[in-house]
Design a protein around this ligand. Structure first.
Ligand code: SF4
Length: 300
């Protein structure tokens, strides 16, 4: 069973044909996949697959299963010459804001480019630190949408995110200035204000949720996201505060999967913490389990 994240699904046929030429029967999961937290065990079991080949991500966790799992991270190809030029601009911007040391972080797709990025920033006179993230990351400096500890752990004046898009850097807390050095658009730009905006939005959700009378507690069955213990605890604590709560279970949590539960005033999210980036689409405030304590403190 081959599994690809959304951005790599166009490679499915090429990879399937390669394996078929070697004599394997090949299936491709077409369920949505956003990270290595989401291994297509159900699809593999349903067709009797012996092995899952998960493309695009490094291992997230040990999965207890009799199906063999192989992770095949995908590494972005970029022009080193153009990236070095862009990093020079990034270093100038950092120095202008007074930074002498930086935490360098990157998504797994740029693991092989991180050495070059470090060298270039050091050549510009900056002290570059590569922190170690939490239990789901495998390399110093690597970050995930749900784990930016590699950015905040080192004692540095600023953070440099070397990679594409805004999904990963908007998950980094705004306590230090965050600069994106994007080798896909070959540009460097500050993202700190956008992060602050997202943090304010989360605080707004927290305040709104504190007034809700009934809560839906979201649980995903994805192997790297499932947290039934957290959901049970949240239900107990909310009920202690006089609120009603029900645990809602799905594999894929989306606005469509919960839109008809109109009785809930807010949701507690125990699954991927980036679900609450889409609070507007859900139409109700969403509070991550990590913020439950703050929410309970706000309740009267
Ligand atoms: S939990 Fe969310 S942010 Fe973390 S790896 Fe999975 S999809 Fe990405």
């Amino acid at each position: 069973m081959l599994q690809f994240p959304e951005g790599l699904k166009q490679k499915a046929l090429e990879e399937a044909e390669k394996l078929e030429r070697e004599g394997h029967e090949v299936f491709v999961s077409c369920s949505p996949c956003y990270g290595a937290c989401d291994i297509c065990l159900d699809e593999a079991r349903a067709v009797g697959a012996e092995k899952i080949m998960h493309f695009g991500h490094a291992e997230f966790m040990q999965v207890k299963t009799d199906i063999q799992i192989e992770y095949l991270p995908y590494f972005s190809k970029i022009s080193a010459k153009r990236a070095r030029k862009m990093l020079k601009k990034a270093a100038e911007m950092l120095k202008k804001c007074g930074a002498k040391s930086v935490s360098l972080v990157y998504p797994i797709q740029h693991l092989h480019n991180s050495k070059m990025a470090k060298e270039e920033l050091e050549a510009a006179g900056l002290r570059v630190l590569l922190g170690m993230g939490g239990k789901h990351v495998r390399h110093r400096g690597q970050i995930l949408g749900c784990d930016s500890l590699a950015a905040t752990r080192p004692k540095a004046d600023a953070v440099v995110y070397f990679g594409g898009g805004k999904f990963h850097p908007t998950g980094i807390p705004s306590q230090k200035p965050v600069l994106c050095a994007d080798p896909h658009i070959m540009d460097a730009y500050w993202i700190t204000e956008e992060i602050k905006k997202a943090e304010k939005k989360r605080m707004g959700s927290l305040l709104l949720a504190s007034k809700a009378k009934a809560f839906g507690i979201l649980v995903s069955t994805k192997c790297g996201q499932a947290n039934l213990g957290g959901a049970r605890l949240a239900k107990k604590l909310l009920e202690k505060k006089g609120r009603k709560a029900a645990i809602l279970v799905a594999n894929e949590l989306s606005p469509t999967s919960i839109q008809n539960f109109m009785l809930f005033g807010a949701y507690i999210n125990t699954a991927c913490p980036r679900i609450n980036d889409d609070t507007e689409a859900y139409g109700k405030p969403i509070v991550n389990l990590a913020d439950l304590k703050k929410l309970l403190e706000l309740m009267v």
